[in-house]
Design a protein around this ligand. Structure first.
Ligand code: 0YR
Ligand code: MG
Length: 370
C-alpha cells in the first residue's frame, strides 16, 4: 500500500433550485474539494472536504494538499492511517501557521482518502472496517426543504412533501427575524403534525438576548434541537441558553478539534453533537469526538459537509450516532450515492468510503485546481 501520488481535485455541483440561503450564506453550488491518492499496487482512494464553491478559496485547499501534505505522504504506507494523521496534524510547518482552517480541511480530504483506500484494499464498505453495523437503519432528516430563502407557503408545502415521501425528521433554517421565524416554525409544525421531529438551525447568527426571546416563543412547537443558536465558539453563551430553555441545543459543524468539543461537553453547553469529517481533519478525529460524546451519553448527529457520503458509514458503525442529515445535492456524483428510502439511509454496499466520483461527475463538474 505504498503511496505513489497525491493529486488534488475540485468539483462544483449545483444546489437544488438555482440558489439557497441560510442566515449567513447564499450559495449556488456545493464544492467537493479533495484528493486522489494512488498506491503503487494500483488502488485509488478519494477524499474531500465541502465548500461553498468559491474557486479562489477552494484553490487554497488544493494548493495546501499539493504543496504541504503530498510531500509528507509519497512513499508512505497508506494503511497507517492513524500515524499519517498525526504526521500531518503535527507537521511543525503547518502547525505554526494554522491549527485550524484550510490546513484542517485539506487534511480531512487526505484522511478520508486513506480510509477509502483501506476499505477498498479489504474489499469492504467502510462501515465494516469500522467494526460493523451497530444498527439496522440510520434515520434521515431532510434539510433541503427548509432554507431561509424558501417563501413561507413553499416551505410548508415542501415540509409536507418530505413527510409524504417517508421522512420522519426535517430541519428548517432560522436566523432572520424572531417574528418571521416563529411564524414559519408554527406553520410547519401544524402542517407535519406531532410525530415528525422538527429541528431548527440558526447558523450562528443571533445573540443570546435574541435566542432567549425566540426560544420563549418556540417552546410550544416541540423543537428537536436548536442548532448553532449563537456564535460557534461561545461555550458560555450556549451553556447559559441550554439552562434557560427547554429546547435542546446542538452544534459542531464549525469546530475543528476534539478539544473544542470537549469544552462544550464539560460545560454542559450542548445536547446534540454535530462533528463533520470534512471540517475536522477527517474521520480519524471525528471518531474520537464520537467516543467522547458517547462517554458523556450525548447523541451524535453528524453535519453533512460530505452530504453524508462518509457519515452514513460512521452512522451505521458508531453507537452514538442517532440521526443523519440528508441534502441530495452531490450524491449522484458518486458510485455509491447516500440514498434515502422511506426515511432511512440505505446501507452502503460498495468497497470504500463512498467517495469515488463517477465518470459523469468528472466530465460535468470539474474545475481547475489552480
Ligand atoms: C449552506 N447544515 C448547515 C450550508 C449547512 C449550511 O450555507 O453550508 O446551511 O452547512 O448548516 O446544517
Ligand atoms: Mg447547520
Amino acid at each position: 500500500m505504498k503511496i505513489k501520488a497525491v493529486k488534488p481535485f475540485v468539483l462544483h455541483v449545483p444546489v437544488t433550485g438555482s440558489q439557497i440561503a441560510d442566515s449567513t450564506h447564499t450559495i449556488t453550488h456545493w464544492g467537493v474539494v479533495g484528493a486522489r491518492i494512488d498506491t503503487e499496487d494500483g488502488l485509488s482512494g478519494y477524499g474531500f472536504t465541502g465548500t461553498h464553491s468559491h474557486l479562489p478559496s477552494d484553490q487554497l485547499i488544493t494548493r495546501c494538499i499539493e504543496t504541504c501534505h503530498a510531500p509528507l505522504l509519497v512513499g508512505e504506507d497508506a494503511s497507517d492511517v492513524q500515524r499519517l494523521w498525526l504526521k500531518l496534524a503535527r507537521n511543525p510547518a503547518l502547525q505554526w501557521i494554522g491549527r485550524a482552517g484550510i490546513t484542517t480541511l485539506s487534511q480531512a480530504a487526505i484522511d478520508i482518502a486513506l480510509w477509502d483506500l483501506k476499505a477498498k484494499a479489504e474489499g469492504v464498505p467502510l462501515w465494516k472496517l469500522l467494526g460493523g453495523q451497530v444498527r439496522d437503519k440510520v434515520r434521515a432528516y431532510n434539510t433541503d426543504i427548509g432554507w431561509l430563502s424558501i417563501a413561507d407557503d413553499l416551505l410548508v408545502q415542501g415540509a409536507r412533501r418530505a413527510v409524504d415521501q417517508g421522512f420522519t425528521g426535517i430541519k428548517i433554517k432560522v436566523g432572520s427575524t424572531v417574528e418571521r421565524d416563529l411564524r414559519r416554525l408554527e406553520a410547519v409544525r401544524r402542517a407535519i403534525g406531532p410525530d415528525v421531529t422538527l429541528a431548527i438551525d440558526g447558523n450562528g447568527k443571533w445573540d443570546l438576548a435574541t435566542c432567549l426571546r425566540f426560544c420563549r416563543g418556540a417552546e410550544p412547537f416541540d423543537v428537536y434541537w436548536f442548532e448553532e443558536p449563537l456564535w460557534y465558539d461561545d461555550v458560555k453563551g450556549h451553556a447559559e441558553l441550554a439552562r434557560a430553555t427547554r429546547i435542546p441545543t446542538a452544534l459542531g459543524e464549525q469546530l475543528y478539534t476534539q478539544d473544542a468539543f470537549s469544552e462544550f461537553f464539560s460545560q454542559k453547553a450542548i445536547h446534540w453533537v454535530q462533528p463533520d469529517v470534512t471540517r475536522m481533519g477527517g474521520l480519524t478525529e471525528v471518531w474520537r469526538v464520537c467516543e467522547t460524546a458517547h462517554s458523556f451519553r450525548l447523541p451524535v448527529a453528524p453535519h453533512a459537509g460530505d452530504m453524508s457520503q462518509v457519515h452514513v458509514h460512521l452512522s451505521y458503525a458508531h453507537p452514538a450516532c442517532q440521526v443523519l442529515e440528508y441534502i441530495p445535492w452531490i450524491k449522484d456524483c458518486f458510485t455509491d450515492p447516500a440514498d434515502v428510502v422511506d426515511g432511512y439511509f440505505s446501507l452502503p454496499q460498495l468497497p470504500g468510503a463512498g467517495t469515488t466520483p463517477t465518470e459523469a461527475a468528472w466530465k460535468q463538474f470539474q474545475k481547475p485546481v489552480g
